[in-house]
Ligand binder design. Structure first.
Ligand SMILES: Cc1cc2nc3c(=O)[nH]c(=O)nc-3n(C[C@H](O)[C@H](O)[C@H](O)COP(=O)(O)OP(=O)(O)OC[C@H]3O[C@@H](n4cnc5c(N)ncnc54)[C@H](O)[C@@H]3O)c2cc1C
Length: 646
């Protein structure tokens, strides 16, 4: 265990949560932490890797504060980050609807939604700053959808009985990212932000137990570069693409986080993966990704399957009394707006039982009633682009026939462990957005990822990083430091090894095999048997990768096969840790449904006595093994109860 991150009285990980009443912790902390004076800020150089909502908002804010900021991303433009695909909305406790919302209610819903496996103090802070995010974005000109009166409109998302989700039709992520990108480019034009697109971070440079730089590959020329700084911020997104088929952008990957993990940053709750209930079902073997249909659609769409097993009639021919609105029946209080883990499991269960569309793996999301009540124009105003997307992919118009949907891998609650200041177990390495293990516990509520990424970037990191810099001072390492040279050499060696692979299988074939295995053994449901099977099979797949994969082209040039080979090699290691983590957690909670631990109604059965903790894994580079550490979770504000949405 590393110094400084251990609570010496308990021998467990110390998240450094400030003392005091929950509602005062953040404001007291902001007052008590150290500051870097305006005159000294320009002396510090900060690296931000990633330009999604978390990275772009952080880089812009840090630059506005006066720090010198170097920004890196995979795409040719920062605004092509995966965040752009977010559709449905962003939560904030504004209570514009006067329907009973408050900071405390958003806090409560999020802790309960995460099945009591998130840190109370972080979630409270998230709810507390949520309103500021909306103000900030409106000030930037983000065109949130408005009511006829001109007020910002809200809709409901799963796990809440209030309407607190702000949205920009079905393009919320795109509009928010344009706002953050505008702020970032303003700083770039001022000369304070140095933008370096088309770079892939392949290693973290650690000198004297402090993160001081990164090693990158120039994705256009193939050149290896080292970049040094006083602190490094990872905003590199989530790793749901480990499943091969997911709703994520095909560029999303785990490489930056995984390499940082192998340099000493602990990886927390890797098995907590969110499966989103409303995605267009898999249609064949040649797909490389899946498409999400936003949760926002569940405001007006009703989910059903035929009551009769194997009923092959077209939906229009199935009379209402023969339709099973299983969510509305089982969960009358929340109906179609139960949280994602609950809706996903229910869809799986009815399909496993033979009620799926034509006996297969799909359920209906039907707008018939809403169309009759509100009319096409009203629905098109809210969901027009989603309807069009669905029609283009399936050749079916959801205004005329119900959508067919099924759960798919979507978001990762697991990620690098961070303390209350968003610093990892490696001093100087901060992790924000989906890349950290986040505030969502074992299940993220819809519209909370954008809220968390922007809270981290605009309102939390800009304060907390100052505390670290004020204490640690400038880093004492340049590109000639042995650690920097070693990291660059190791990166080169690994790339040489990858490009030397001249086997018979494609990288994609192996990735697809890994994804399917993981989906079947560590997906919507897991058991000790399935996880043990995966733990036997993954090392075999890894062996096959390093012996029988074919990586074409050269290292010193543009080579997307080489890029994806490196990412899949990392997925093959991460997948094993996900299964170990899932096997170790002998309980069910949120998205982590261990089949052995269920209530009579098929809901997750937690074991709070033994597992009310964050599982944080340390990598030992000498023995090449993982060791588990725990951060106990204490619930003082929200009572630990069996989650119920009935
Ligand atoms: C289809 C879809 C719809 C969604 N809708 C919603 C929604 O409505 N509401 C909501 O709250 N959430 C939604 N989410 C989740 C949300 O969009 C993401 O969790 C969030 O955008 C992640 O933001 P981020 O900034 O952490 O990372 P990302 O947006 O994933 O950005 C990652 C950045 O890191 C860069 N990067 C990655 N690896 C490297 C590397 N090795 N080197 C250099 N750069 C690297 C990338 O180029 C990119 O710039 C949705 C997700 C999907 C898939």
């Amino acid at each position: 265990m590393k110094d400084g991150i251990m609570d010496s009285s308990t021998g467990t990980l110390d998240a450094k949560i400030p003392a005091g009443p929950i509602a005062e912790k953040w404001s007291r902390h902001k007052f008590e932490i150290r500051l870097v004076s305006p005159a000294n800020k320009p002396k510090y150089t900060l690296i931000v890797v990633g330009t999604g909502l978390a990275g772009a908002s952080a880089a812009a804010s840090l630059s506005e504060l006066g720090y010198r900021v170097k920004v890196f991303c995979l795409c040719d433009s920062p605004r092509r980050a995966h965040s752009i695909s977010a559709q449905g909305g962003i939560n904030a406790a504004k209570n514009y609807q006067n329907d009973g919302d408050s900071v405390r209610r958003l806090f409560y819903d999020t802790v309960k939604g995460g099945d009591f496996r998130a840190r109370e103090a972080n979630v409270y802070r998230l709810a507390e700053v949520s309103g500021n995010i909306i103000d900030q974005c409106v000030a930037q000109g983000v065109p949130f959808t408005r009511e006829y009166s001109g007020y910002l409109d809200n809709r409901s998302f799963g796990g809440a009985q209030v309407s607190r989700t702000f949205y920009a039709n079905g393009q919320t992520g795109q509009q928010l990212l344009l706002g953050a990108y505008g702020a970032l480019m303003k700083e770039a034009a001022r000369g304070n932000v140095e933008l370096t697109p088309r770079r892939e971070m392949l290693d973290l440079i650690v000198a004297d137990n402090r993160a001081v730089g990164i090693v990158c590959r120039n994705l256009v020329s193939g050149g290896i570069e080292t970049h040094m700084a006083d602190a490094v911020i990872l905003a590199t997104g989530g790793y749901a693409n480990v499943f091969y088929l997911s709703t994520n952008s095909v560029m999303s990957n785990a490489t930056a986080a995984w390499r940082a993990h192998k340099r000493g940053a602990y990886f927390a709750n890797p098995c907590f993966t969110q499966i989103h209930p409303t995605c267009i079902p898999v249609s064949g073997e040649h797909q490389s990704k899946l498409t999400l249909m936003s949760e926002g659609l569940r405001n007006d769409g009703r989910i059903w399957v035929p009551r009769a097993k194997g009923d092959a009639r077209p939906p229009a021919e199935i009379p209402h009394e023969e339709r099973w609105y299983y969510l509305e029946e089982r969960y009358p209080s929340f109906g179609n707006l139960v949280p994602r883990d609950v809706a996903s499991r229910a869809a799986k269960r009815v399909c496993d039982d033979g009620h799926g569309v034509r006996g297969g793996y799909a359920v209906y999301l039907d707008f018939e009633d809403a169309l009759a009540r509100k009319g096409i124009q009203s629905l098109d105003e809210k969901y027009g682009n989603l309807f069009e997307m669905y029609e283009r992919i399936t050749d079916e118009d959801p205004r005329k026939t119900p959508m067919r949907i099924y759960p798919a891998a979507h978001y990762t609650m697991g990620g690098l462990w961070v303390d209350y200041n968003l610093m990892s177990t490696l001093p100087g390495l901060f992790v924000i957005g989906e890349a950290n293990f986040s505030d969502h516990g074992a299940n993220r509520l819809g519209a909370s990822a954008l809220m968390q990424g922007l809270a981290d970037g605009y309102f939390i990191l800009p304060y907390t990083i100052g505390d670290f810099l004020a204490g640690a001072g400038k880093a004492n390492a340049d590109a000639n430091h042995p650690s920097a040279r070693d990291a660059a050499r190791e990166t080169q060696k690994r790339l040489d090894r990858l490009i030397g692979l001249k086997g018979k299988k494609t990288v994609r074939e192996l990735h697809r095999e890994l994804g399917l295995l993981l989906w079947n053994t560590c997906g919507m449901a897991r058991s000790a048997d399935s996880l043990n099977e995966a733990l036997k099979r993954i090392p075999e797949l890894r062996e096959e990768f390093w012996n029988n994969v074919n990586v074409l082209g050269s290292q010193g040039s543009f080579n997307q096969l080489l890029e994806s080979a490196g990412r899949v090699a990392d997925f093959l290691e991460l997948a094993e840790l996900m299964c170990r983590d899932a096997l170790e957690r002998n309980e069910s909670c949120g998205s982590h449904l261990r089949e052995e631990y269920q209530t009579d109604e098929g809901e997750p059965r937690r074991n709070d006595d033994a597992f009310c903790h964050v599982a944080a894994w340390e990598y030992d580079s000498v023995s090449e093994t993982h060791r588990l550490h725990k951060e106990p979770l204490r619930f003082e504000e929200v009572k630990l109860v069996q989650r119920s949405y009935a």
